[in-house]
Design a protein around this ligand. Sequence first.
Ligand SMILES: Cc1cc2nc3c(=O)[nH]c(=O)nc-3n(C[C@H](O)[C@H](O)[C@H](O)COP(=O)(O)O)c2cc1C
Length: 313
Amino acid sequence: MLYPTLILAPIRGITDCYFRTIFQKYFPGFDLALAPFINPQRYSSYQPKQLKDLLPKENLALPVIPQLLHTNAEDFLFLADRLYDLGYKEVNWNLGCPAPMVTKKKRGSGLLPYPDEIVAFLDQVVTRLPMQLSIKTRLGYESPEELLHLLPHLDKYPLSEIIIHGRLGKQLYKGTTDKKSFARCLQKTNHSIVYNGDITSIEEFTELQQQFPSISKWMIGRGVLANPFLAGKIKGIKQEVTIRQLQLFHRELYECYRELLSGQAHLLGRMKQLWVYLSNSFPPAPKTWKKIKKCTTEKKYLQVTEDIFNTDL
Ligand SMILES: Cc1cc2nc3c(=O)[nH]c(=O)nc-3n(C[C@H](O)[C@H](O)[C@H](O)COP(=O)(O)O)c2cc1C
């Protein structure tokens, strides 16, 4: 079995540079992270303030690759140049986002039904890009035939890798991943492929490794938000698997956002996004999540989380 490389998936609203840094401190196991996409803004000069999440000084703990959602080649190249100036040697193109706001603009997975436009974009971008390019995608928007049709056309571009989340755009996050179509994709490409989607336990991971022995790179998102010890477990890292570790991690993250964000609504909103997943570490998860969701003041939130961390599971 190939030794796994683990990549932290981008989860917009959660895995920003502060989260990535603090997470890596308490739960080592990831080799690198893909940053959440940068929202396309026409005529933006992308000042360092707007690229805060990607400033090298904020990303010392875990190497990171920036992600762009742009479908206008000139805008993509402009931003890529700014990222190159910051020191980045690779950028990722998002062809997978399923959010209706995004797909209706023919971005993310919304571009997958239009392979000619994808090829035209790459023709304009690849030769002028000062760094490597990778793609993160889904199986298609409407049908897995979309990616199966597209993949052979991508062989001619020097992509560093293609990350495939085995769902369709129209599924959003519902249903299961389609492993059969993922397996068919492997036959249709010469590129290095990264597996992504629903890796939630060591058993699941081992099964996937057996099913796809040629895959060495794995991307995990919600599975590690629900069980932060998972990446370390996969890597066989000796770690202290205790509630205390979760508590320390939570405290540091909370204090960090408390300094950064203005107002308790903003702070609690940010922490609650994590608890959507982290509540799975404290079963029964729906009950835990309900308690957190109800908190409207910092005082109540701290009381409730203290109780959760002090519960014997
Ligand atoms: C709230 C949320 C935000 C996400 N943000 C991004 C993003 O910015 N860029 C991206 O490529 N994928 C994004 N994703 C998709 C994840 O990176 C990943 O592909 C997906 O969750 C499947 O992997 P998982 O089952 O390991 O989480 C997001 C997913 C969720 C649930």
